[in-house]
Design a protein around this ligand. Structure first.
Ligand SMILES: *[C@@H]1O[C@H](CO)[C@@H](O)[C@H](O)[C@H]1NC(C)=O
Ligand SMILES: *[C@@H]1O[C@H](CO)[C@@H](O)[C@H](O)[C@H]1NC(C)=O
Ligand SMILES: [Ca+2]
Length: 483
């Protein structure tokens, strides 16, 4: 391992070198020469880090190492002729294994960047940064530490190419109103974002706070899980709440904190009602799937059928559903993700088949909720890709947005299905982060100033780019006109 270093501040202005990249050849029209600007790490302001030269192949006069304390960092001063978006990349050497660093823009928004293990110098994309006109600071901060940094490169971002969203739903038997909803969503994608809120009660809280009601309300089928009903009876009002919001012209999304069918520990640390967590059950999805004639497999299907019953109530009420089962599977903290991607994907396919073909549910728009490619169940069973982001600062979440565009080949619309902090619309526009909707989690988030200041919520809910309930009343008509 590298030796520990302590080094004080090294002052100096960021050295600036401009590299002209070759323009793409075209005869149709003149092409702007796209220029990247390179900022050498060794010329930036160092704090707890040091200039090194022993690993060959670096650019400039050296590179920077000695990241071993949480406050260790390099501060780059970078400039832009106008306020605009740049692609940021980092040249580094990951000779101590897989690491992570943090990039902080103008002492505000921070982004975590993975630096995979390498033998020598390599370049990694660090997402996009919106630079102000004039000087800006970009800090590269320790995080895991133990990596070497050669330089950063800023390239003006090219504007996003048009999306190529698929026009049909994966279920060919989707009902007319479900097709209308999907067509409506396509018509706004990239132009507007739907405001959304978890739970009807918190949506109504926003009405009081902002004067506007969320366009989308998400409800949780958690309390219909048979292993919860056996403890507490049928107490859920999620279906009624969804119908209430639909009846007033709104759009409905549904998730399911699926309490494990059996094997709940039900201890003081892990009570029965936390039975959707991996830590609260020994229910083994992989073992269950390996034995389709076993009792646990039967329980799995029993649970799916119980949820189908609730989804059918929505179908009977004419409610199309943005249906987001097996959420956050890739996190592993829920039992459906605890046995890795193969088991989770198989369960998703079982769910799709059972609900679509056995139960004939034709009101579901299938929303997948993980980013990693190895977890993706496939474009033939997914209509919309999404993720859950819990990061403070009301940022645009553009890294996750871009990853999801790639996951769905830009054929699937992309949603921020759960967020801690509602995104600022001006940043969404600047970053071209075309989330179809955002949906803020309820208690502890929407009503917590650390996540969402009341003034910020008022601004967001009254912003032109953000669609609220009053502005989507014609969604069925607009959708129908597209079909
Ligand atoms: C809950 O509702 C389901 C579906 O209507 C029903 O089959 C079940 O018996 C109910 N359970 C209890 C404990 O009331
Ligand atoms: C079913 O799951 C429970 C809970 O994890 C477990 O104790 C039991 O052994 C499983 N049954 C079979 C037949 O595998
Ligand atoms: Ca260098």
């Amino acid at each position: 391992m590298a030796r520990l270093t302590t080094r004080g501040l090294l002052s100096g202005l960021a050295f600036l070198a401009t590299t002209a990249l070759l323009p793409l050849t075209t005869t149709a029209k003149p092409v702007c020469r796209d220029t990247s600007t390179k900022y050498e790490a060794e010329s930036a302001l160092l704090s707890g880090t040091e200039i090194l030269t022993s690993l060959p192949g670096f650019s400039g006069t050296g590179y920077v190492g000695g990241f071993d304390t949480s406050t260790d960092k390099i501060t780059f001063t970078v400039s832009s002729p106008t306020t605009r978006l740049y692609d940021l990349s980092i040249r580094y050497a990951g000779i101590y294994g897989d690491k992570k660093t943090t990039v902080v823009l103008n002492s505000g928004a921070s982004t975590e960047v993975s630096l995979p293990s390498t033998d020598s110098w390599s370049t990694v994309s660090a997402g996009q940064v919106l630079l102000n006109e004039g000087e800006n600071t970009l800090e590269v901060v320790n995080n895991w530490g133990w990596y070497l940094l050669d330089y950063i490169l800023l390239t003006p971002s090219s504007s996003r190419p048009p999306h190529s969203i698929t026009t049909s739903l994966v279920n060919p038997s989707s009902s007319p109103v479900t097709k209308q909803l999907y067509a409506y969503l396509r018509s706004i994608y990239g132009r507007k974002i739907l405001s959304g809120q978890q739970d009807l009660v918190w949506a109504n809280y926003l009405t009081t706070l902002t004067g506007k009601t969320p366009a989308l309300v998400a409800v949780d089928l958690m309390d219909y899980s048979p292993s919860r009903v056996s403890y507490q009876g049928n107490i859920s009002t999620a279906v009624e709440d969804a119908i209430t919001h639909f009846t007033r012209g709104g759009i409905v999304s549904v998730l399911w904190h699926w309490n494990a069918p059996t094997g709940l520990f039900d201890t003081p640390e892990n009570p029965w009602w936390s039975g959707f967590y991996t830590r609260a059950t020994d229910f083994d999805l992989a073992a269950t799937l390996a034995n389709p004639t076993g009792t646990n497999y039967t329980l799995l299907i029993r649970d799916i059928d119980a949820i189908a019953y609730q989804l059918k109530r929505l179908q009977s009420a004419g409610v199309p559903v943005l249906w987001r089962p097996l959420h956050e599977a890739e996190g592993g903290w829920f039992w459906w993700g605890a046995k890795g991607p193969a088991a989770a994907k198989e369960l998703y396919h079982i769910l799709y088949d059972r609900l679509t073909n056995h139960h004939g549910l034709d009101n579901l728009i299938w929303v997948w909720n993980s980013v990693a490619k190895e977890w993706y169940p496939g474009g033939e069973v997914v209509d919309i890709v999404s993720t859950d982001v819990y990061a403070q600062g009301n940022g645009p979440m553009s890294v996750q947005y871009n990853e999801l565009v790639e996951l769905g080949n830009d054929k699937k619309m992309v949603a921020a299905a759960e967020v801690g902090a509602a995104p600022r619309p001006d940043l969404l526009v600047a970053y071209e982060a075309h989330w179809l909707w955002f949906c803020v989690w309820g208690d502890g988030f929407v009503n917590n100033g650390e996540w969402n200041g009341e003034g910020v919520l008022r601004e967001i809910y009254n912003h032109d780019y953000v669609l609220t309930l009053d502005e989507i009343q014609d969604w069925k008509t607009i959708g129908a006109a597209q079909l």
